[in-house]
Ligand binder design. Structure first.
Ligand SMILES: [Zn+2]
Length: 372
């Protein structure tokens, strides 16, 4: 892998971390605001309870002063009653006194009612005060945590920014600009290639592009998403480990509609892989250079089954494992992808080993190989 690509991968991780920290720092004031809004709610509750107590107290004072006034009136009426001359006047005063007494009783009832209520009011105030106290403590703690977190985040951000600057200095300006432009639009600027696909946009790469990425000699960008592409050989090794440890070579089916062969010499072109396929009553033959994977000559099509159509090619050739769809073969175009080429070469090694130890020989061994 190119050192620049390695730096870009590290840069991508660093950028991700910086973004996360920045988002977290931006979130904190919002969290504090939410905490404070909650506290304001509890404060309002307490204010309301206090206000209710005050209203009740004012009402009580009003009733009490009414009672005092009424009592004064009564005593005045009593004084007047001593001086009245007629029964009629006396009755009128008596009526006034009775009315005032009724009013006093009504006010006393209201005061009693308020006194009963006062207990409930008191409880409301005490509960709101306790809530406020608990919440204030909790909120202070949360705010302190938020402050600490922000301070830590800021410190980490400074560190990550330092690392980022260092990584950026190890990447060419053009590549960096491209990475940043794509990151801005797509959220990431670099993408792994696996199974011939750009993992960023899931689009299949052209075989040539794939081979270029895989060779790790130059920077290649995805045609469809513009992300910078890289290939991680470790990922491929993971896929290959089971096959490397496979005790026996898997053997191709005799009657498969597609067959791959190796020939040590073919029409003056040296070592080749032949791919023979049957499709809709016709047989086709593709010839590839085993080192470069390049298609040699045209695709030859003949009537009938490939065994009958190309007997001279099969005779003395070494049968290999390999099966790709007709569409894949078309997609490969004039060059086999590196994985296909590797897989054929790996199978060729196993087949040669098998042939030399005689552990399993089903297909005719080419004469050139038998001697070695
Ligand atoms: Zn892509």
């Amino acid at each position: 892998m190119l050192p620049e690509i390695e730096n870009l991968l590290k840069l991508q991780d660093v950028d991700k971390e910086i973004r996360r920290l920045r988002d977290e720092v931006a979130e904190l004031p919002k969290r504090v605001a939410a905490i404070e809004a909650r506290l304001a709610g509890t404060k309002a509750q307490l204010d309301k309870a206090h206000a209710a107590v005050k209203t009740d107290e004012a009402a009580r004072r009003k009733y009490e002063s009414s009672i005092t006034e009424l009592r004064t009136k009564i005593s005045k009426y009593r004084d007047q009653s001593l001086d009245v001359k007629t029964n009629e006047q006396y009755r009128a005063l008596l009526h006034e006194i009775q009315f005032a007494e009724k009013e006093i009783a009504a006010n006393e009832d209201k005061i009693l009612e308020l006194m009963v209520n006062a207990d409930a009011r008191d409880k409301e105030v005490k509960a709101a005060q306790a809530d406020l106290k608990a919440e204030t403590a909790e909120i202070e703690q949360e705010k302190e945590q938020a402050r600490q977190r922000t301070a830590e985040d800021e410190k980490l951000l400074a560190e990550w920014r330092g690392k980022r600057d260092q990584l950026r200095s190890g990447i060419s300006e053009n590549l960096l600009r491209h990475y940043e432009r794509v990151s801005k639009f797509r959220g990431s600027g670099i993408s792994e290639v696996r199974d011939h696909k750009c993992m960023g946009c899931q689009v299949m790469l052209r075989p040539q592009t794939y081979n270029e990425v895989r060779s790790g000699r130059e920077t290649v960008v995805c045609d469809s998403c513009q992300r910078i592409l890289y290939f991680d050989p470790k990922e491929e090794l993971v896929d290959q480990i089971p096959s490397l440890h496979r005790p026996k070579r898997h053997h191709p089916k005799i009657d498969a509609p597609q067959a791959w062969y190796y020939r040590p010499e073919f029409a003056g072109d040296g070592e080749v892989f032949l791919c023979l396929t049957n499709l809709r009553g016709q047989a086709s033959r593709r010839v590839y250079d085993i080192h470069t994977g390049r298609l040699i000559g045209d695709i030859l099509v003949r009537e009938g089954d490939f065994r009958q159509a190309f007997p001279e090619d099969i005779t003395g050739a070494m049968r290999l494992n390999g099966n790709w769809s007709e569409k894949d073969l078309d997609n490969f175009g004039t060059e086999l992808p590196m994985v296909v080429l590797d897989s054929l070469n790996a199978d060729l090694d196993l087949a040669r080993h098998e042939a030399s130890t005689g552990s399993h020989v089903k297909e005719p061994v080419p004469t050139g190989q038998a001697a070695s």
